[in-house]
Design a protein around this ligand. Structure first.
Ligand code: AMP
Length: 181
């Protein structure tokens, strides 16, 4: 789903309910930026501008996370996959471990709702990439690079469409109904 669709909020609830780790590339990258790691140094300016971080960096992060013992029972991915090459790369990494993407959730939210949610989040979290110019870039990156991922998964399996407008609890129960647990 687009930025501000509620992916992070719902991923946290789902992870807690299923007892699985939530793996959010955005959070991991923000942490790397804060700690000034080599990945953080490379990603900082790109993230602040609202563009997508290079696929090779993301694949390295995903590979490292999947290798952790806590990922053994499965993970909830949040904010990844965001490009078709990432979809291909993640499928490959999972296949190497005899695993697969069980379920893809698409969070559908109209643009007008997204802009007001991000504005609200900006006041609360103060994220640099929630300022209006960066948001415009993020929405463009979403449309151009991320939206095609939906068709990639649609042609390969089940994508569940979440009507992601409404109360957090209502959306959580929609997710529960869609994935059946
Ligand atoms: P998020 O917290 O998911 O909105 O991510 C914040 C920013 O981190 C994005 O705007 C990108 O710059 C970067 N990012 C996070 N996940 C990815 C990804 N899978 N591919 C490319 N860039 C990403």
């Amino acid at each position: 789903g687009p930025p501000g669709a509620g992916k992070g909020t719902q991923a946290a609830l789902l992870a807690e309910r299923l007892g699985l780790p939530k793996f959010a590339t955005g959070d991991l990258l923000r942490d790397a930026v804060k700690r000034g790691t080599p990945i953080g140094l490379k990603a900082k300016a790109v993230m602040e501008s609202g563009q997508l971080v290079n696929d090779d960096i993301i694949m390295g992060v995903v590979r490292d996370e999947l290798a952790k013992p806590e990922a053994a029972k499965g993970v909830i991915f949040d904010g990844v996959v965001r490009t078709v090459p990432q979809a291909e790369g993640v499928a490959r990494l999972l296949a190497e471990r005899s695993r697969q993407m069980d379920c893809v959730l698409f969070f559908d939210v109209p643009d007008s709702e997204i802009l007001s949610r991000i504005e609200k989040r900006r006041g609360i979290e103060g994220r640099a990439d929630d300022d209006p110019a960066a948001v415009a870039t993020r929405l463009r990156a979403y449309r151009e690079q991320t939206a095609p991922v939906l068709d990639w998964y649609r042609s390969r399996g089940t994508v569940h469409l979440v009507q992601a407008v409404g109360k957090v609890e209502e959306i959580a129960s929609q997710v529960k109904g869609l994935i059946g647990r």
